[in-house]
Design a protein around this ligand. Structure first.
Ligand SMILES: Cc1cc2nc3c(=O)[nH]c(=O)nc-3n(C[C@H](O)[C@H](O)[C@H](O)COP(=O)(O)OP(=O)(O)OC[C@H]3O[C@@H](n4cnc5c(N)ncnc54)[C@H](O)[C@@H]3O)c2cc1C
Length: 187
């Protein structure tokens, strides 16, 4: 059962606490984000994980700050997110958000009204300092492993939209930003 820390307060009817749902999300996810505090500062680090029964496992170099902090017993928060669709309402909120998710959508959807804007808190996070960590290419195997009769290589993954599902009562043609939707860097 949820505790004070894990009780969903906003839109609680969407909350699920049953193990079948939680395990399904954990088992489908590929990456978790591990949040912890080290040296009095918060960090969130992406990493792979595995679930065995009631336990999640993370692994890596003993020199990793994340693993050292976790093995010291600091509080930790692990997040796994699945994206399996985009829901487009007839109204749109803030241009930067909507056009980030579906470029071109704000020119089409109803803009926010005064009441909606008054009910929205927007915060700005300046990108003053940031890091990315990028890996490309196939496996980096040890020399002694190269002769092993084991398939090795790369399985590319891509985010590809499925066929659009129109909401009830929609009688306008599919917009180009839906039919031509693809995920990629901004032009
Ligand atoms: C899909 C995926 C799977 C991964 N799986 C594993 C795994 O199984 N085991 C493992 O040890 N590591 C994994 N990593 C790498 C992991 O994210 C960390 O880089 C690594 O664990 C080192 O952690 P650290 O705390 O020592 O980082 P440090 O090098 O001490 O971090 C210092 C700073 O570097 C930056 N930084 C570190 N890692 C990243 C990152 N990934 N992206 C952007 N900035 C970063 C942050 O600003 C951080 O504060 C994975 C990364 C990805 C993206």
């Amino acid at each position: 059962m949820p505790t004070e820390d894990t009780t969903v307060r906003r839109l609680p009817d969407r909350a699920r606490y049953d193990r079948a749902t939680l395990d399904a999300i954990l088992d489908e996810g590929l990456v978790c984000h591990v949040g912890f505090v080290a040296d009095a500062r918060p960090f969130v680090i992406p990493t792979t994980y595995g679930r065995v029964g009631d336990d999640l496992y993370v692994h890596g170099s003993p020199a990793s700050r994340m693993l050292r902090a976790l093995s010291d017993g600091v509080d930790v928060c692990v997040t796994v997110t699945l994206i399996d669709g985009l829901v487009l309402a007839r109204s749109a909120f803030l241009d930067a958000f909507v056009d980030h998710v579906v470029p071109g959508r704000t020119a089409d959807a109803r803009p926010p009204n005064e009441k909606e804007l008054r009910a929205t808190l927007v915060l700005r996070l300046p990108i003053a300092e940031a890091s990315a960590k990028v890996r490309t290419g196939g496996p980096i195997d040890d020399d002694e492993d190269m002769p092993l009769p084991v398939w090795a290589g790369e399985l590319p993954l891509t985010t590809v939209p499925g066929p659009p599902v129109a909401d009830a009562g929609v009688d306008v043609p599919l917009p180009g930003y839906v039919t031509g939707y693809r995920r990629g860097a901004k032009a």
